[in-house]
Ligand binder design. Structure first.
Ligand code: BGC
Length: 763
């Protein structure tokens, strides 16, 4: 054993002896250990364990430490360094039973190194890249003394007006479920007890992405079949992958808030799905039960929440104020409290904290000299993942890739906006460490080409919007507004364009526009930026739009102006380098949309896997009396699964191993994919199924599998997909998960629209 290991053991034994040595049962026996501890706890100590508080200006640190030492806090969130968390853990060591604290944080798409926002990660369709994000995030956060993340966020989003669309992985049940599993597995590693792992608390259970009108915190009304077939599977995937926690949604579901929903929390989550971990309310959600109109007062809210099985109450004082007296009055049972305490202690146990409360905090002497040191970042990983998340939407006359020569005008309010590169929920990321597009171009080009930069416009002209967005960030203004008149900014950009061979305009949304509580009524790029695009177009120079945004935008007009469009989301710490890699051809784009881009806001909701209907719109046929909008072309602007490459790919010879299949049997589909272009590149071959006739109307297609393949120029490969018996099943009208006999169509494409098709019969 080397010196370091020995030291580790001594520290671990020393700290172990300081903590929870009061349980008579051996530490190895989780259930007995916890049961024994619960027996020794006073009612106050039990209720204390259910309290999860935010570290912020609300409560002075000294007061927090006192409360912890008194056994009145179970865990905290929003403190993000070992030095901050250590004194709190020390305070827990002074509490009567020495029950360790745990420390949580919203590590959504990176911790210090910021990766692309989740919607961008999903566009990579690359499970290895996504696993890397989870692993790096866990490693960085754990080495900052954090034990749990409130992630992954797997709310299916089909209404892009919702600002939190940016935070999730898109519209599709299958894709989001796959990612959900990968995220949980990569956050938690071999076990959430490992020093380099985080426990994952999947959110927001349930259906938060379906808030009516895309207006945040609004109600959700949904049929059971849509719920079970489309919206619930991603949460289930996280739980099946072993997620230790579940965060409960703020919304109501068919009239009953999730936070008081005994069907959701007890019947579905615990009984049907067998969830054994800890549940966490969302911020202040127990108090909000009064405003939802289901609780008369705080007392009733606390009662409803504990009865529904909400273990940890996040930033909510009601458990502390009400549970003891509810118990005394016989309105709740001792078991209600004990069950919740058992789950909280169980989570701490699973995070390895009873064995060593300092598992992730470590020793002060090992603390990084500079928490924000660049050497602590994972830049290479961030650049690689970011490149994979970019989606090429248009590329007329091979405008892209650009030559590393001549003069390039770089314009737009987002071309040099470090804070926006990170996107919302950027955890402990620091704007000064993010590479903007301007900086990325500088690094990739060196002195090979000249770049003339001009801001060209502000994000928005609208003072009220600006104020709203700047209010969202307490630390610094989110958007730095250039006080010069719009015309002056545009003139400067036009001048730059005229001196250049090509114009790259970085436009879209500031990050706050795609955030919690940032719902929009339009999906347009703000007018200030559209005026800039118009002026740039008028110069006649080739125009490349680099989009930054956290939701689908309606781009019908922009598509007419631009020669090329690259969708870059909010691409993170290394985003600028990754974008430059794609712009100059050092990386061949391979991303595909994980969400439909509608033509206009009026088409919403628009998602590819809608149910079959009686009067579908049929392109090329008279439109009357079919399902359509008559003022504009029907269908999406860019469909789910769409994305171009600098190469071309073709599909041919779709064939099935059999024309019939028996219940319970698998089937094989094969297809030939060829890189018909001149560059090596990756594409995503997507397999969809349609259950043509069933006891209920079924989706026109549903993604069931995909493969991302790298093909050299000219290379051709046969891909095989196993269509499993379970792929044919769905929740029917009685909510039984079953496959019904009849015709199924297999559709394979490079996006969800242009597909090859074959049929088989389920006997
Ligand atoms: C959000 C959650 C988040 C929590 C803690 C809430 O406002 O809805 O997603 O985990 O805050 O930061």
């Amino acid at each position: 054993m080397n010196k370091l290991c020995l030291l580790g053991l001594v520290v671990s034994l020393a700290s172990h002896s300081a903590f929870a040595d009061t349980s008579a049962a051996p530490l190895q026996d989780k259930q007995a250990f916890i049961a024994d501890l619960i027996k020794q706890m006073t009612l106050d100590e039990k209720i204390g364990q259910l309290r999860l508080i935010s570290i912020g200006p609300e409560m002075p640190r000294e007061m927090i430490r006192k409360e912890i030492a008194a056994g009145r806090i179970g865990g905290t969130f929003n403190s993000i360094t070992r030095a901050e968390n250590r004194p709190m853990q020390d305070a827990a060591a002074k509490s009567r039973l020495k029950i360790p604290m745990f420390f949580a944080y919203d590590v959504i798409h990176g911790h210090r190194t910021i990766f692309p926002i989740s919607l961008g990660l999903a566009a990579s369709w690359d499970m290895d890249a996504i696993a890397k994000v989870g692993q790096v995030s866990a490693l960085e956060a754990a080495s900052d003394g954090i034990d749990m993340t409130f992630a992954p966020m797997v709310d299916i989003a089909r209404d892009p007006r919702w600002g939190r669309t940016s935070e999730g992985f898109g519209e599709d049940t299958y894709l989001v479920s796959r990612i959900s599993r990968v995220m949980v597995e990569s956050f938690q590693g071999q076990s959430p007890a490992e020093a380099t792992s985080l426990m994952a608390a999947v959110k927001h259970f349930a259906l938060y992405g379906a808030v009516e009108g895309g207006r945040d915190y609004n109600t959700v009304d949904m049929s059971p079949s849509k719920m079970f077939n489309d919206y619930l599977p991603p949460y289930r995937a996280a739980i099946d992958a072993g997620a230790g926690g579940v965060m409960v949604a703020l919304n109501s579901i068919n009239g009953v808030p999730a936070t008081s929903n005994t069907w959701l929390m007890n019947d579905l989550l615990r009984k049907d799905w067998g969830f054994k971990g800890v549940t966490v309310s969302d911020h202040g959600a127990i108090t909000e039960l009064v405003r939802h109109g289901v609780a008369r007062d705080g007392r009733e809210a606390a009662k409803l929440a504990i009865k529904a099985g909400i273990d940890l109450s996040m930033n909510d004082s009601l458990y502390g104020e009400e549970l003891a007296s509810l118990l005394k009055a016989g309105e709740i049972d001792q078991a209600d409290i004990d069950n919740a305490v058992r789950e909280v202690l169980g989570a701490k146990y699973d995070m390895g904290l009873f064995e060593d409360p300092y598992r992730r905090i470590g020793k002060a002497s090992d603390d990084p000299a500079d928490t924000y040191a660049d050497s602590r970042l994972h830049r290479a990983e961030a650049r690689d993942v970011a490149r994979r998340s970019l989606v090429l939407l248009e590329n007329r006359q091979q405008t892209l890739p650009l030559k590393k020569a001549g003069t390039i005008a770089l314009v737009g309010p987002l071309a040099d906006a470090p804070i926006d590169m990170m996107g919302s929920w950027a955890a402990a990321g620091r704007p000064h460490q993010s590479i903007t597009v301007r900086e990325g171009m500088r690094q990739v080009l060196g002195d090979k080409a000249k770049v003339i930069y001009a801001k060209g416009s502000n994000v928005t002209h609208d003072k009220a919007i600006l104020d709203y967005l700047n209010f969202l960030n307490f630390d610094a203004p989110e958007i730095v507004d250039d006080p010069r008149p719009a015309a002056v900014l545009i003139d400067e950009a036009v001048k730059a364009a005229k001196q250049s061979d090509v114009v790259v305009a970085v436009v879209g949304e500031s990050r706050g526009m795609s955030h919690e509580s940032s719902s929009r009524t339009t999906l347009e790029i703000p007018a200030a930026q559209r005026e800039l695009i118009k002026a740039l177009k008028a110069t006649g120079k080739p125009l490349v739009l680099v989009l930054m945004n956290g939701r689908p935008l309606s781009l019908a007009w922009e598509r007419e102006q631009a020669d090329a469009i690259l969708e870059t989301w909010f691409s993170g710490t290394e985003g600028g380098n990754a974008i430059a890699d794609v712009l100059f051809g050092d990386y061949n784009p391979s991303g595909k949309l994980a969400i439909t881009f509608p033509r206009s806001v009026g088409q919403i909701p628009m998602y590819y896997n809608h149910l079959s209907i009686g009067r579908p719109f049929t392109p090329g046929k008279p439109g009357n009396y079919t399902s359509q909008y008559f003022e504009e072309p029907n269908g999406p602007l860019y469909p789910f699964g769409y994305g171009l490459s600098y190469s071309d790919f073709s599909l041919s010879n779709l064939s099935l191993s059999s024309k019939t299949v028996k219940q319970g049997q698998d089937l094989e589909a094969s297809i030939v994919v060829k890189n018909t272009g001149k560059r090596d590149g990756e594409t995503v071959v997507q397999l969809y199924l349609q259950d043509v006739t069933a006891s209920m109307s079924r989706p026109v297609k549903e993604l069931k599998n995909f493969q991302k393949v790298m093909l050299k120029a000219g290379e051709e490969r046969t891909l095989r997909f196993t269509i499993k018996a379970d792929d044919l099943k769905f929740y029917n009208g009685q909510l039984q998960w079953a496959a019904e006999p009849g015709e199924f169509r297999v559709q394979v494409g490079l996006d969800s629209q242009a597909v090859q098709q074959q049929s088989f019969e389920l006997l």
